[in-house]
Design a protein around this ligand. Structure first.
Ligand SMILES: [Zn+2]
Length: 190
């Protein structure tokens, strides 16, 4: 039976024949560039495109708006713990949180009817849905960097940074320089 992925299975067979694939089992599980990228699920904001990521260079987590969710905290804390216990000498990684302009999550704040309907359909609290919206990506990315830095489950050996991707220019601006959980320089005023 045909599905949307069927035409891409041909690309998969080409991938399976490449040297990259053949070397995969011998590769370390930690990404080459020491990066753990958290960004929006929007198909226009794929870090493979805007950062030119290649195979094995980064761990990528994508959520609505690139917001830091409990699942993101779980992933970050797991990989941090894995390095602490399996490769304590490192290298450790940088969690780079990237929010973007023109984010569809903004509808959750700007379109009341959509928000009411989605809340009714799913049971999510409306206030939480408003908080999820990325209207000012520099502000939400600052809040999410702080959220990771202040979570005691996150390894103090990693660093966390915040960035904004502008979909009009294609350029990324860093708004929070890398800091480690527990470092005094990390905490921004609340
Ligand atoms: Zn988005």
């Amino acid at each position: 039976m045909s599905s949307h992925i069927t035409p891409l299975l041909e690309r998969n067979r080409a991938f399976a024949a490449t040297e990259t694939r053949k070397q995969t089992p011998r590769r370390p599980f930690l990404p080459d560039q020491g990066l753990y990228i958290i960004t929006c699920m929007d198909s226009r904001t794929d870090p493979a495109d805007f950062l030119g990521l290649r195979f094995g260079e980064a761990i990528v987590a994508r959520t609505v708006g690139g917001r830091v969710t409990p699942a993101v905290i779980q992933g970050l804390s797991f990989i941090g713990y894995l390095v602490e216990t399996k490769a304590p000498e490192g290298p450790y990684f940088e969690a780079a949180i990237i929010h973007h302009t023109d984010c569809g999550s903004g509808w959750l704040a700007s379109d009341e009817q959509l928000r009411h309907g989605f809340a009714r359909r799913t049971g999510y609290e409306e206030d939480a849905l408003v908080d999820l919206a990325v209207l000012d990506p520099a502000a939400t990315v600052r809040a999410d960097v702080e959220r990771v830095l202040s979570d005691p489950r996150i390894s103090p050996r990693i660093t966390v940074s915040g960035h904004v991707y502008d979909v009009d220019t294609g350029l990324i601006t860093t708004v929070v320089a890398p800091a480690s959980p527990g470092a005094s320089a990390a905490a921004s005023p609340r």
